[in-house]
Write a protein that binds this ligand. Structure first.
Ligand code: NAP
Length: 349
């Protein structure tokens, strides 16, 4: 058996950072040995610097680690980043410049013209932008990113049916409160309520979806020409973003074609049997009242997207509902799968 690779997490004390710590616990390839945060936390033991807010105990192997300054130097070569967006730009760049592989969950670098924004099933070929990034910036290291949590769910569902030619998509989200971090949305605002606004979320869904479903050719990202219109809402659900989607296709397509495409969708992470890859990344549910976040979101370790209620759309062609785990497939799990893909591509050699 190969020895495990030591890895670090930047922003490890925060909400997304804790999800990294939990998701990496027991990982077959990675051993979390380094945690970084702000100078409010550095020098303390992880257990003292962190208000652990996830179900289950803090992993014992991490509790005693000393929280480090977020500076390159003694960190492992591979670092996951869950840093506050106000500081991620400069710190992630400094790590990449110093030769680290930064696999980031933060929004800061996602739309840059030489940074891959990955959903490993949908656009693994976008990793071809890494040598360009290193050449452009003179870096020995690299930065790769995962999308916004609501975008991951949409792009996995659309990735499975992209071959039928997508012209236009309208998506309406019902997003869980865990996506807002901690303390997140005030209980007086979200209890028995819907908040029809999440800052910059609609813009992120529209542009990130086009980048992910697009191509990387001749050294440049070519966004998918489909038009995407997103309506984003926060709802009183703990985990799991539910999205209703209407799609207009350029080709004639039947319900059977679409359901077969959802269920048979397999890609590079499945072919390479990557440890965090779901066996079936998109699962079509036949029951008329599924998927539901409380019943379905934890299935497949939170790494699959569940689709249901496919029916004709009187305005576009077809409409359906999809659901994904926003803090797993939409955050920590997404980044860990990205790193597994990068290793399988030989990008760490
Ligand atoms: P959070 O709970 O506020 O955690 C922020 C982390 O950044 C903490 O570890 C904090 O350390 C660290 N930090 C703050 N200032 C720093 C500095 N000057 N230098 C180094 N580290 C610093 O935030 P979060 O909710 O986990 O979000 C983290 C990132 O993930 C954000 O970029 C956010 O946009 C993104 N996010 C993504 C999703 C998704 O689903 N994809 C969801 C939510 C958030 P201290 O504890 O020491 O302050």
């Amino acid at each position: 058996m190969q020895p495990k690779m030591e890895v670090g997490v930047l922003g490890a004390t925060g909400m997304v950072g804790q999800h990294f710590v939990k998701f990496l616990n027991g990982h077959p390839w990675f051993d979390l040995k380094w945690v970084g945060a702000s100078d409010r936390s550095s020098g303390k033991a992880y257990r003292d610097a962190t208000s652990w807010r996830l179900e289950g105990a803090m992993p014992a192997g991490v509790a005693g680690l000393k929280v480090e300054d977020s500076k390159p130097g003694n960190a492992p070569k591979l670092v996951f980043s869950a840093m506050d967006a106000s500081v991620a730009t400069e710190i992630e760049r400094a790590f990449a410049e110093a030769g680290h592989i930064v696999v980031s969950n933060s929004r800061n670098h996602r739309m840059e013209p030489d940074v891959p924004l990955l959903v490993p099933e949908v656009n693994p070929d976008h990793l071809k932008s890494i040598p360009l990034q290193q050449k452009n910036r003179g870096w020995k290291g690299q930065i790769a990113t995962n999308p916004n949590c609501s975008t991951v769910v949409l792009t996995l569902a659309l990735g499975a049916i992209k071959q039928f030619g997508i012209n236009r998509t309208v998506v309406t989200t019902m997003q869980a409160i865990s996506g807002a971090g901690y303390p997140g949305v005030a209980s007086m605002d979200i209890n028995a309520n819907v908040i029809p606004f999440i800052g910059n979320e609609e813009e992120k869904m529209e542009t990130e979806t086009q980048k992910i479903l697009g191509d990387f050719v001749d050294g440049a990202f070519r966004p998918h020409p489909m038009k995407v219109s997103a309506h984003c809402n926060r709802v009183p659900v703990v985990d799991g973003h539910t999205e209703t989607v209407s799609v207009e296709f350029s080709n004639k397509v039947t319900a059977a074609d679409l359901i077969n495409a959802f269920n048979s969708y397999r890609s590079v992470p499945q072919e390479r049997n990557l440890p965090s890859a779901p066996k079936q990344p998109v699962i079509y549910m036949e029951e008329p009242n599924r998927p539901q976040p409380r019943r379905d979101v934890e299935r497949e370790r939170g790494m699959a997207v569940f689709v249901g209620r496919l029916r004709p759309c009187p305005v576009f062609d077809w409409k359906f509902i999809c659901l994904g785990h926003n803090t797993v497939r939409g955050a920590a799990g997404a980044a860990v799968l990205n790193a597994e893909l990068m290793i399988s591509e030989g990008l760490f050699d």
